[in-house]
Each structure stands twice: as structure tokens, then as C-alpha cells.
Design a binder for this molecule. Structure first.
Ligand code: 5AD
Length: 431
């Protein structure tokens, strides 16, 4: 998945290459291959992940050619911006106007958008976000696979079902052989080009073991590796990057330091942020975000989270709803409404026209329509769950997770059908 389209290398400057896709040029970083102008490659997240044989590339491009342009046409048609309600509040329209021209909007203006209640305003907010996504990022939609390889965790996050205090949960850890089998299936059988390795903060999984796993994956499979492992030694993250993991998914959870400390008795926002800066320094693509709808969190705080994530230089945003878990201290609180999360994602798109925005599984879990709605409201990235079925139910961060009982084949078929219907290409052409 993320059926990367083969790109043709047009220019090479050090480890930065220019890749052509049917006349569109993108940049990618090449850390792994000896390349010449004219070679064909697959790129993911702005990194070359595979060099491919010319004949094979040409065959694949032939099958893509018509579809590539057809999908774009559908997307352009569905993302047209028009406002047939000229009586909308002038201040609201001013902010929308500014954002659609790619201009920065202020915290106050973003808050005005997030707090809008008028159905016509909400509708225009979503349409504007979709328009901006199309205008600045076109119709590519990343489709990554996630492997949750251990639910063992030393953290005490009060919202999270796998926190160390939850003694009712059965714990599991896949060994590296089992993980490699899942990776082999994902890459060879299903065609995934980007994979997230996720776990709780499992100290029994040594950093050396994970480094070896990353090397084994890169040696055997042309795939872009995201790490989502929480706080580990700085040294580990430096070595993991060199070993071939090029992205880190690491949420800051909330940018309100008081709220952060209440929710995470074991850690601080300062330390959390230090990691994100470290990842950026090392060169990782970073995906981060927070929980929306946390107890005690105001709309102002959500906007602060968006601004904070943008300032950190996130390449991809992962913002999703807080869902109360029955075996946590926050069990009695409410799940936020889908509509609020969708509004928030649209506001985020107006704040950053360029970042990738993920439709989180948490959002899909509170409303089965939400994946499509989010993709039509500014989002452009999804994740499919590849955790083996004997374990996936135990990765119980929140209850009733979407896709827990859906086979990988069906997840892929559903995703492709949806993307096709809205003119999105399951590709990641890079930057
Ligand atoms: N609801 C929604 N998301 C949650 N996470 C953990 N617990 C919950 C919950 N109850 C998210 C955290 C973490 C990610 C792996 O899962 O934001 O970063």
C-alpha cells in the first residue's frame, strides 16, 4: 500500500534527488542507493526506499498512467470551493479567505473557526480545508501500515488503557522473528511501502534488539520505517536513524504543561518536547500531535496544540479524539463529538496548508463515516492495522478500536475503494 508510483530520477545533487512523476517533479533524499540520472525509484516520506528495474517501472507506470490523471480530475471536481451563502459573518469569511490564499492565520482567528456552530460556517470550513489540501498537496494520500508489537508499557498515562497500572490487561510482546514475518507479508504480499513499528514503552525490549530489527528490515525489505516507541535513550534514536528508520511518530499529547503533568505523572512536557527537537535534529520526519477532548482541555488549548505542532516543524500531524477507557482513572469522562474533531482537523489544515494530516484510528473508532469525512475536510493520510489478529485486541489503548476484527485484505480493499471514490491516489510522492 501507499502504492508508490515509480519515479524517474532527473537530477542528483549530493543525496538530494529530483524525481519525475508523469511530468510532476518532487524532491527526495537518497541515503541507501547508488543512483544515476534516468534510474527509477520508489520514494516515501521524501526518502528513496527502493531502486527499481527500468522495465518493471515502465510496466507499472503504464498501468498507472490513466488512473493517475483520472483520480486527479475527480479530486479537483470534489474539492472546488464555492460559497453560495454570501450572508455568512464577514469576520469568518475574512479568515477563510486569508487561509485559502495560503496566508497565516492567527491563534484568535483559528479559535473563531474552531468555535463556529452555524452549519453553513462549518460546511464552508470543511470545504475550504479540502480546497487548501488539494491546492497545496494535490491528491496523494499516504497509506501506511502499523504493527503494534508490544503492549507492555512502563508509563502511567491516565487516559491510556495499556498504562502500567492496568493489571487486568493481558500483556504481549512479539519477538523479532514474528515482527519480521508481519513485515514480509506487509511488503511482499500486500505491497506496503511505509510501516510504523509501535509499542508501549517496553523496557524489556532492548534498544539493541530493536536496532538489529531495523537493520534486518532494511536489509530485506524496501520499506520506509516509522518508529513509535516512546521515550528511549538519545543514543538509540541516533543509531536507529543510521540503521534505516527515517521517521518518528511521537505525540506530545497536550501542549498545556499543567494538564500534561496531571495526565502523565511519570514525565513532563519539557522532556516530551526535548525528544521531538532531538528527532528533528537527527533528521527524522516527525509526526506528532495531541489528544482532542481531554478532560479539562479548552478549545484555546487545542489551537495552542496546533500552533505548537507547527512550530516544532511536524511533517505529519496526528490529532485524534480522547476516548475514555473503562480501566483507567479517566473512565467517567466523555468522548468528544465527531463534528468537533472534524472541525479541528479543518482548522489545522487552514493553519498549515503543507503538513500531512492523518485520519487517526481513534477518530474512525468513534464514527465509521469519519475517515471519508476527515479526508474531505483537510486530511490526507490513513493507517491500516497489521498487528496479527491474536494480539491486536490486546493493544487496548482505548475501547472498541476500529479494524480490530477486520482482515488486512478487507482493510486494503475498503481503503482503496474509498480513495478511488474521492479521487485520491494511495501514494506518497514526497515533497
Ligand atoms: N484515547 C485516544 N487515544 C489514546 N491514546 C492512548 N490512550 C488513548 C485514549 N484513551 C493515544 C496516545 C498515544 C497513542 C499511541 O495512543 O495519544 O500517543
Amino acid at each position: 500500500m501507499c502504492y508508490a508510483i515509480p519515479g524517474n530520477v532527473k537530477n542528483i545533487t549530493g543525496n538530494l534527488i529530483t524525481v519525475d512523476y508523469f511530468g510532476e517533479e518532487r524532491k527526495a533524499r537518497n541515503d541507501f542507493y547508488d543512483l544515476q540520472v534516468g534510474d527509477y525509484v520508489y520514494a516515501q516520506g521524501g526518502f528513496v526506499v527502493e531502486k527499481i528495474d527500468e522495465k518493471l517501472a515502465e510496466e507499472i507506470l503504464e498501468t498507472w498512467k490513466e488512473l493517475f490523471f483520472e483520480l486527479k480530475k475527480t479530486d479537483v471536481r470534489l474539492s472546488k470551493l464555492y460559497n453560495d451563502k454570501p450572508d455568512l459573518d464577514k469576520d469568518f469569511l475574512k479568515v477563510i479567505d486569508k487561509a485559502t490564499y495560503g496566508k497565516l492565520i492567527s491563534r484568535k482567528e483559528a479559535l473563531r473557526l474552531l468555535l463556529c456552530e452555524d452549519p453553513d460556517e462549518i460546511d464552508l470550513l470543511h470545504k475550504s480545508a479540502n480546497f487548501i489540501r488539494q491546492k497545496f498537496l494535490d491528491n496523494a494520500c499516504c497509506v501506511h501500515g502499523i504493527i503494534e508489537f508490544s503492549n507492555t508499557c512502563v508509563c502511567k498515562c491516565t487516559y491510556c488503557g495499556i498504562n502500567s497500572e492496568n493489571s487486568t490487561l493481558k500483556r504481549y510482546s512479539l519477538d523479532t522473528g514474528e515482527i519480521l514475518e508481519v513485515v514480509a507479508d506487509a511488503v511482499k504480499r500486500f505491497g506496503f511501502k511505509g510501516l510504523v513499528l509501535q509499542s508501549g514503552e517496553d523496557t524489556s525490549y532492548s534498544s539493541d534488539k530493536i536496532l538489529k530489527l531495523i537493520k534486518d528490515i532494511r536489509r530485506n525489505f524496501p520499506v520506509f520505517i516509522f518508529l513509535s516507541l516512546g521515550e528511549r535513550e538519545d543514543r538509540f534514536y541516533r543509531e536507529a536513524f543510521d540503521a534505516g528508520a527515517k521517521a518518528a511518530l511521537f505525540r506530545f499529547e497536550t501542549s498545556d504543561s499543567t494538564l500534561y503533568s496531571q495526565l502523565h505523572p511519570h514525565s513532563s512536557l519539557k522532556e516530551r518536547t526535548r525528544y521531538l527537537k532531538l528527532f528533528k535534529d537527527i533528521g527524522y520526519i516527525i509526526a506528532s500531535g495531541s489528544l482532542i477532548g481531554l478532560p479539562g482541555q479548552k478549545a484555546e488549548s487545542v489551537i495552542d496544540d496546533f500552533m505548537f505542532a507547527k512550530e516544532l516543524g511536524c511533517d505529519m500531524y496526528s490529532f485524534g479524539p480522547f476516548i475514555p477507557h473503562p480501566d483507567t482513572p479517566l473512565s467517567d469522562y466523555n468522548t468528544p463529538d465527531t463534528e468537533y474533531i472534524l472541525k479541528a482537523l479543518s482548522v489545522l489544515r487552514l493553519i498549515d496548508p503543507y503538513g500531512k494530516i492523518l485520519v487517526t484510528t481513534a477518530l474512525e473508532s468513534i464514527n465509521p463515516q469519519a475517515r471519508r469525512q476527515a479526508l474531505m475536510s483537510g486530511a490526507n493520510s490513513i493507517m491500516l492495522n497489521l498487528t496479527p489478529k491474536d494480539y491486536v485486541g490486546f493493544y487496548d489503548i482505548y475501547p472498541n478500536r476500529a479494524t480490530v476484527d477486520v482482515s488486512v485484505e478487507k482493510q486494503i480493499a475498503d481503503a482503496l475503494q474509498l480513495l478511488k471514490s474521492i479521487g485520491r491516489a494511495p501514494t506518497d510522492l514526497g515533497i
